[in-house]
Ligand binder design. Structure first.
Ligand code: AMP
Length: 193
């Protein structure tokens, strides 16, 4: 099964993606996680991405598309995958269609988590507090001001991605403001479980 999880930062994509991973045994491909790993490892990609990520902007399509193209060639993606945080622009969505088409594959389901953006800043502050309480590192881009830039980037560049899939009849929308378990149940129903 190949799925895409769309929604603004803080909508709960990462949490829900983990549950899909557990249920279907397919890997979660989070471009944010992959880029953070590249930054930590100090790779050339990481060096290019670091300041953009810290300021809340979008890393170039070229870099992100390259990362995903390499990742979906890995053996663990044979049975499918869930994309979290990608595609974030229509150019990325078109590139993904192109890569999959070459392999005779497609995306079966695109899920969009619908959330009240006013509530997201509060959620992100809690995420930073929870991480701190657990002694985990707090993401630099979970700072409330940087988060607002991320939200602006979402509204400017990424909000058009859901309509791209809706036009193709592939989009399913889920109320992401419900309790986490209820959202999971709705997702499972949407993917036909
Ligand atoms: P995330 O963990 O998905 O919130 O992503 C964290 C940051 O990584 C974003 O704010 C962007 O700077 C960068 N990023 C992640 N995925 C993408 C993408 N598909 N396109 C461009 N930038 C991305």
């Amino acid at each position: 099964m190949r799925l895409i999880l769309l929604g603004p930062p803080g909508a709960g994509k990462g949490t829900q993606a983990l549950r899909i991973v557990q249920r279907f045994g397919i890997p979660q491909l989070s471009t944010g996680d992959m880029l953070r790993a590249a930054v930590t490892a100090g790779t050339p990609t990481g060096l290019k991405a670091k300041s953009i990520m810290n300021s809340g902007g979008l890393v170039s399509d070229e870099i992100v598309i390259g990362i995903v193209a390499d990742r979906i060639e890995e053996p663990d993606c044979k049975e499918g995958f869930i994309l979290d945080g990608f595609p974030r622009t229509v150019a990325q969505a078109e590139a993904l269609d192109g890569m999959l088409e070459k392999k005779g594959l497609n995306i079966q389901c695109v899920l969009e988590l619908l959330v009240d953006q006013q509530a997201l800043v509060g959620r992100i502050i809690r995420r930073a507090e929870d991480a701190q309480a657990l002694g985990q590192p707090v993401r630099k881009d979970d700072d409330p001001e940087v988060f607002k830039t991320r939200l602006a980037a979402y509204n400017r560049d990424t909000a058009v991605v859901a309509p791209y899939y809706a036009e193709q009849g592939r989009l399913k929308q889920i109320d992401g403001m419900q309790p986490v378990d209820v959202v999971t149940t709705a997702i499972m129903a949407a993917v036909g479980e």
